[in-house]
Design a protein around this ligand. Structure first.
Ligand code: FAD
Length: 466
């Protein structure tokens, strides 16, 4: 009865065209891109068109004690949008306007439903780029990537989303609208709320407007493909490139399993007789690019590898497409694709690569590893079949071991995919009980009733709420 009243109120405030309740449509919002997690059916999905409507949704949710799950394109890999406890999914699909491009201040202001690539297309005529570049750049939203603090192929040189968010408008759990940060290059007023909400995974507030920093597009670049017949050589080349103080825009790795699968899927002429391939792109001023490319070539050769350069834009696109195809290609091998996000200090990349090989053998599972090797962020991808319970038990044990090893090497649980539902059980390993307690205090201060994306990052028990 209460639910019916809530849906009635939502229809009244947002218009019936912005309220979805048919069972077949609700199913589409019950999962995201993450494998091996429980699903949850929402009671209703809303598609607000502006901040005022988001405020109304939050107020109705409070009144009827319904959870609210903000959702962009649902491409996250941590179970971040699964509506575990029923309630309202708030999809930002209709808040998709670029509000301003400001070349004088090198900023853009967008609504959360804008697709990342659309922003890049819009700023290109000004000679500018928005660097965060996840594999889903053509589908993921700005709101989802800010809430997830996503990274991507250019993360090594340009950092993650956090490095580009300058200001936010956020609807809080009590229905108040907070504006923090802005267009100034410097801003040290109070606590850094922009950073707090960036990466908060929809658990502290609903982002309704975003000001981002843009940078000048680099005038030159060189894209190279290097091959190695020994995995450790590839890892050592990565470490030495950085040791030589070269920060490529892109320094990606694909191991043998990944290369074979990508080639049989995309047929782009990748050599399959290798233990690993590195995709390397240096960018900047032409003289710098030339000098850096020379050093990279020397390092690869010294580490027993071969290297060739993309000679035109078509060849470059081909190489980038090969890397972007890694996950979809691996996903075809077996029904269940579990993509992990283990991240270690860059000097430990070889140790992590070798450990992953050992873990695959020990648990007798198939792991394809690719990822942003230059920033230590690997994506070991386990190919399995969720219907085979015995295999899944081995997979789960392997996942635990991957994270134990990453942390023991001074690494982290996630370099870019967030904690969500998938990794919250591991949080104390990295943050300790005190760290988790601090997270809970923040959650309690901003969302004491646990209504915003409950079950993600930290849970507040009834006792903890009081
Ligand atoms: C093939 C593939 C490749 C990928 N490659 C990368 C990669 O290279 N790097 C990387 O970092 N990630 C990658 N991802 C993960 C994913 O694409 C990113 O995390 C992306 O930024 C999520 O955007 P989204 O719009 O799909 O968000 P969603 O999945 O819809 O949501 C993500 C989180 O943000 C919250 N949220 C969404 N909108 C809002 C809002 N307006 N306010 C508050 N909270 C909100 C949600 O509740 C959820 O917790 C990849 C995923 C796939 C499937």
């Amino acid at each position: 009865m209460a639910l019916e009243k809530a849906i009635e109120a939502l229809r009244r405030e947002l218009g019936p065209q912005n309220v979805i309740t048919t069972p077949e449509e609700l199913i589409c919002y019950s999962y995201d891109a993450t494998a091996d997690l429980p699903e949850g059916r929402p009671d209703v999905v809303v598609t607000p068109e502006n901040t005022e409507q988001v405020v109304k949704v939050v107020k109705i949710a409070r009144q009827f004690r319904l959870p609210v799950y903000p959702r962009g394109s649902g491409t996250n890999l941590s179970g971040g949008t699964v509506p575990l406890k029923g309630g309202i999914v708030l999809a930002t699909v209709k808040m998709n306007r670029i509000l301003e491009i400001d070349p004088a201040n090198l900023t853009a202001t967008v609504q959360p439903g804008v697709i990342i690539q659309e922003l890049n297309n819009a700023v290109a005529p000004y000679g500018l780029i928005y660097p965060p570049d996840p594999g889903t750049v053509a589908t993921a939203t700005m709101g989802g990537s800010v809430a997830e603090c996503s990274g991507g192929l250019r993360g090594l040189k340009y950092g993650v989303t956090r490095n580009y968010v300058m200001g936010l408008e956020v609807v809080l759990a009590n229905g108040e609208v907070l504006r923090c940060g802005g267009k100034t290059v410097k801003n040290v007023t109070g606590y850094d709320l922009v950073r707090l909400f960036t990466g908060s995974e929809g658990t502290l507030g609903i982002i309704t407007e975003i000001i981002v920093r843009l940078i000048p597009a680099p005038p030159a670049r060189e894209t190279m493909l290097a091959g190695f017949s020994c995995l450790a050589d590839a890892g050592n080349a990565v470490t030495q490139i950085i040791e030589h103080k070269i920060i490529p825009a892109t320094l990606e790795i694909m191991d043998r399993v990944t290369v074979e699968v990508v080639e049989s899927y995309a047929r782009i002429g990748l050599p399959t007789d290798v233990a690993a391939l590195l995709l390397i792109e240096v960018d900047g001023l032409p003289e710098v690019v030339k000098a850096e490319a020379e050093t990279v070539k020397k390092i690869v050769t010294q580490n027993n590898g071969w290297i060739k350069t993309a000679e035109n834009e078509a060849q470059r696109e081909n190489l980038l497409a090969a890397r972007r195809a890694a996950l979809p290609a691996l996903a075809r091998v077996k029904p269940t694709t579990i993509l992990e996000d283990a991240t270690v200090p860059r000097s430990k990349i070889t140790d992590m690569l070798l450990a992953l090989e050992e873990i695959a053998k020990k648990y007798n599972i198939l792991i394809g590893t690719f990822g942003h090797a230059g920033d230590g962020n690997l994506h070991p991808t386990i190919l399995a079949d969720a219907r085979d319970e015995e295999e899944m038990n081995r997979v789960r044990a392997a996942v635990e071991e991957i994270f134990r090893v990453a942390i023991s090497l001074g690494g982290t649980l996630t370099g870019e995919h967030g904690i969500g539902l998938a990794k919250k059980r591991f949080l104390p390993w990295e943050m300790g009980e005190t760290g988790v307690w601090v997270l809970k205090q923040i959650k309690k201060a901003l969302d004491p009733d646990n209504l915003l994306n409950p079950g993600k990052i930290v849970d507040l028990t009834q006792e903890e709420r009081n």
